[in-house]
Design a protein around this ligand. Structure first.
Ligand SMILES: [Zn+2]
Length: 172
């Protein structure tokens, strides 16, 4: 299995072709940036190795705790983290659930501290967030998810090649 440094190098090397190819295919610089940044985020911080105490995990710094339940629930290198489509999908859903839970806790605390006026402003903030999320065009969501998928898929491909290489070396 390739080391974290190899995965990082692959992620970096893929960034320029990802940008150029996306721009060529979509004709949009915005989409190219979005795909490339999402891919870099996925490769460095959101990759399948979050299922163990790894370099991407360490990069979350004080927010590492967000991944503790994930590491308990997902076995290292299982399909749930390293699966080509399933891995990114599950991590995305997981992170959204965790962030929603934290948001809910934050609102409850806000409530407790501010009483009546606080609940009103929390509701307004939520309505604003919802309106903003709904106003984002679908192609931006697709580009975002594609970038996240691509960054993690490159990791899984590299793991496969690494295993294949180890097996071949053993046979030789
Ligand atoms: Zn891995």
């Amino acid at each position: 299995m390739p080391r974290a440094r190899t995965h990082d190098a692959i992620t970096l090397a893929l960034a320029p072709p990802t940008f150029l190819l996306t721009q060529a295919l979509t004709g949009s610089r915005d989409l190219a940036w979005l795909v490339t940044l999402a891919m870099l985020f996925s490769g460095f911080l959101f990759n399948p190795d979050l299922d163990i105490r790894s370099k991407p995990y360490a990069r979350w710094g004080p927010f590492r705790f967000l991944w503790w339940p994930y590491q308990v629930l997902v076995r290292h290198r299982s399909q749930l983290s390293h699966g080509l489509l399933l891995g990114t999908f599950i991590r995305t859903v997981y992170l959204l659930i965790i962030l929603a839970l934290l948001g809910a806790v934050g609102i409850l605390l806000w409530h407790a501290l501010q009483e009546q006026s606080g609940s009103e402003s929390a509701r307004q903030a939520l309505a604003l967030l919802k309106r903003w999320l709904l106003s984002v065009e679908r192609r931006y969501w697709l580009a975002l998810f594609f970038g996240l998928w691509w960054g993690s898929a490159a990791h899984t491909f590299a793991d496969w090649l690494g295993s294949l290489w180890t097996q071949t070396k053993r046979l030789l």
